[in-house]
Design a protein around this ligand. Structure first.
Ligand SMILES: [Mn+2]
Length: 258
């Protein structure tokens, strides 16, 4: 079996007991070991993750050990960075044995063409022009922040901060975005408005993908396009505990944990 999950947001200070949440996620991950050959982690696994120069994220030791246990048992674990856990500079791979991906990847899995990505920043370019000014501004701010977060010079500078300060800033920023989402869950916008669906539709004009698999949106979606391509949005492992499973014949289904 092959498993796909995203948005665990481990360590989120928006949860009253984030240790209990981390334990539950690790219990789930270990439960996959019984029949998993591969596991795809599609981003935002940690709510805030930064490898500072003088401090590595040891606070996630339980998860790090769990991932190491999975990879040691021969399971290939793919780790896609999201928009909360961009800041790994090699330590995570060494510590856990995961295979790191920083960009969307097209992979053939059990004969199915799969496009795998966290999903942040995937907006068809024509959409920007038709959006109202207010929405355009919000997206531009997001893209600007995304550039700042991905900038190697700024990343180095931030890594020099005393870890206590850096973590305070990081966890605080992440907590705010989680709280906002919990207060107003952004529901499915519909086939003609949901950016990731429109992105898939645009891509289908030039090539065919069997499964588009995304995270990021914290909604559960399994939609078949007219080209028979399926767009899967995984929900999350934060509040909904949903994930996807692919069997040996390439059939994919959305599942629920506990
Ligand atoms: Mn995200």
């Amino acid at each position: 079996m092959i498993y796909f999950l995203s948005d665990t947001h481990i360590g989120s200070r928006a949860l009253s007991d984030y240790h209990a949440h981390e334990q539950k996620v690790c219990r789930y991950l270990l439960s996959l070991a019984q029949d998993a050959t591969e596991i795809y982690l599609l981003g935002d696994i940690f709510d805030f993750y930064y490898e500072f120069l003088w401090h590595k994220p040891e606070e996630y030791r339980l998860t790090l050990n769990t991932l190491r246990q999975l990879t040691d048992s021969g399971i290939r674990v793919h780790y896609f960075t999201g928009n909360h856990d961009i800041w790994t500079f090699g330590w995570l791979e060494r510590e856990t044995g995961v295979i790191l991906h920083r960009h969307p990847e097209l992979m053939v899995i059990h004969n199915r063409r799969c496009l795998l990505a966290h999903g942040d920043g995937l907006i068809p370019s024509y959409l920007m022009k038709v959006y109202p000014k207010k929405v355009q501004k919000r997206i531009r701010q997001f893209i600007f922040l995304r550039r700042v977060f991905h900038n190697p010079v700024l990343q180095r500078l931030f890594a020099l901060l005393p870890p206590a300060w850096g973590n305070k800033i990081g966890y605080g920023w992440a907590k705010k975005s989680r709280e906002k989402e919990l207060r107003h869950p952004f529901g499915y916008k519909g086939e003609d408005k949901e950016e990731l669906v429109l992105y898939a539709k645009e891509k289908e004009l030039t090539e065919h993908i069997d499964y588009y698999i995304f995270g990021h949106r914290h909604i559960e979606l399994d939609l078949e396009l007219s080209t028979k391509a399926r767009v899967i949005i995984l929900g999350d492992m934060f509040r909904q505990f949903t994930y996807a499973r692919m069997d040996d014949t390439g059939n994919l289904s959305l599942m629920n944990f506990e």
